[in-house]
Design a binder for this molecule. Structure first.
Ligand code: PEP
Ligand code: MN
Length: 337
């Protein structure tokens, strides 16, 4: 339920409404606009909306039939802009996130990060805990990997994103990374989502392999309901009957999400296609469709990569793509960093 307060209402009146709904067993989430303050009442309790409408300072009460509230534009109409390391994501700001699938060695990360930072990339990706389909495949370097990516990122003044796989790892990730990534396979790991709700760092939430947009938004709702407002959605392709690509990039998810939600949405063309030569065209398509950023796998030697080499760009390929995307962003009137 959304409670829209009258314009220029006093703090005292807002507090009284918040106290009232809390007393009735709801959580209150406040969003302050230029004119109006909106209070999101989240909870399962039943309440007569007329009782709230009668409270001092209340303009109107809107019941939301959709299951997501905090992620929706009804709760907050303006685009959420998330800032990491001076880079803005959302609301016309497009962010490039790049790096290898997996952190392998210091030298691999150093070589890649140096080149990416020369291109202008400010956010470095790399997995330290890998959700591999086979238990015999390389599982990642663990905390050692996080130390490497942090050290390298600091050297080139970059921010770090890496995938967190379980709740118990959250404190470790808070120490080393700037954006905590939730992988596709964990999109509905509700305990993890609840844990991330308590974190005060942005979360990049990938869409599940077979998840609908609504399920994905509900996962974002979990994080936001826990108090963390900084969620970046990431479309990374969904499973379809098509086998020519690893997944099918659902480009229409971009405008669909942007109509419903104020959260930024980035696209991962690497996992969506699974093939290096498809990454550049789909990156451009994603940007043209309105994506707020891209997360792209880049490796200094894709042929010898321990994971996802076939979908990783060579550094020179990334450099060319980055230049093209800068040109495209001008046409789209977007700022790309
Ligand atoms: C990744 O980003 O390395 C990854 C495993 O992606 P996804 O969770 O989208 O498969
Ligand atoms: Mn990968």
């Amino acid at each position: 339920m959304l409670i829209v307060m009258q314009s220029q209402v006093s703090e005292e009146k807002i507090e009284k409404v918040v106290d009232y709904i809390k007393q009735k067993g709801f959580d209150a989430h406040i969003s302050k606009g230029e004119d109006h303050t909106v209070i999101g009442a989240v909870g399962r309790k039943v309440i007569d909306k007329r009782d709230i409408e009668l409270l001092d300072g209340v303009k109107e009460v809107i019941r939301i039939s959709s299951p997501y509230k905090l992620v929706s534009r009804v709760f907050k109409n303006s685009d959420t802009v998330i800032e990491v390391n001076g880079v803005k994501i959302g609301g016309g700001y497009t962010a490039m996130i790049a790096g290898p699938c997996t952190i392998e060695t210091y030298d691999q990360m150093e070589t890649t990060a140096k080149k990416l930072s020369e291109c202008g990339v400010k956010i470095l990706r790399g997995g330290a805990f890998k959700p591999r389909t086979s238990p015999y495949a390389f599982q990642g370097l663990g905390e050692e990997g996080l130390k490497i990516i942090r050290e390298v990122a600091d050297k080139y003044n970059m921010a770090v994103t890496s995938e967190v796989m379980e709740v118990s790892q959250i404190p470790m990730f808070e120490k080393y990374v700037d954006i905590l990534q939730v992988g596709a396979r964990n999109m509905q790991n509700f305990n993890l989502l609840k844990g991330l709700g308590e974190v005060r760092k942005p979360v990049l939430l990938k869409r599940g392999l077979c998840s609908t947009i609504e399920e994905w938004l509900m996962s974002a709702e979990y994080i936001m309901a826990g108090g963390n407002r900084e969620v970046i959605l990431c479309e990374r392709g969904i499973r379809t009957f098509e086998h020519m690509t690893r997944n099918t990039l659902d480009l229409s998810a971009i405008p669909v999400v942007q109509k419903i939600s104020h959260l930024p949405i980035v696209v991962d063309p690497s996992h969506a296609t699974g093939l290096r030569d498809k990454v550049a065209p789909m990156s451009k398509a994603a940007l043209a469709a309105g994506a707020d950023g891209l997360i792209i796998e880049v490796h200094n030697s894709p042929e010898t990569a321990l994971c996802d080499g076939a979908q990783s760009l060579h550094i020179e390929e990334y450099e060319n793509l980055h230049k093209e995307l800068l040109e495209l962003s001008k046409v789209l009137h977007k700022t790309l960093v």
